[in-house]
Design a protein around this ligand. Structure first.
Ligand code: SF4
Length: 117
């Protein structure tokens, strides 16, 4: 089943603001050394810190008609979640938007709970 996306809670950006965001560097993905990984079942990729997650979410362009949200089978408001995270809100305390029942923080952007302490 595919839920069609509803309007995002993310702000609309002017072209210039999107261009500035496109210049922001991506956060590096660090891998744990193989010799360490051999001894456990933890993730290979080191989870982002809260600061890294905010920096990475801040790169989201809040695309109009976002393909990420259109492709989401659950109809999650992905740009909305990115916006919340870029504000340091990892748990989706979204503002009341009539007609938007989704919980934007559902995604939590893959941020490990260990990063949010
Ligand atoms: S996450 Fe979605 S809204 Fe953000 S830049 Fe990527 S496609 Fe656009």
């Amino acid at each position: 089943m595919h839920n069609s996306p509803k309007p995002s809670i993310a702000p609309r950006l002017e072209k210039e603001a999107r261009r500035e965001k496109m210049a922001l560097p991506p956060q590096p993905l660090l891998e744990r050394p193989p010799e360490v990984r051999l001894n456990d079942f933890e993730e290979i990729i080191v989870p982002f810190s809260a600061e890294q997650a905010i920096a990475e979410a801040s790169r989201c362009l809040f695309c109009p008609g976002a393909s990420c949200a259109n492709a989401c089978l659950l109809g999650n408001d992905i740009p909305g979640a990115m916006w919340l995270i870029s504000q340091g809100d990892f748990f989706g305390r979204r503002p009341a938007v009539p007609g938007n029942e989704r919980y934007a923080g559902d995604l939590r952007a893959g941020v490990s709970s260990r990063a949010i302490v």
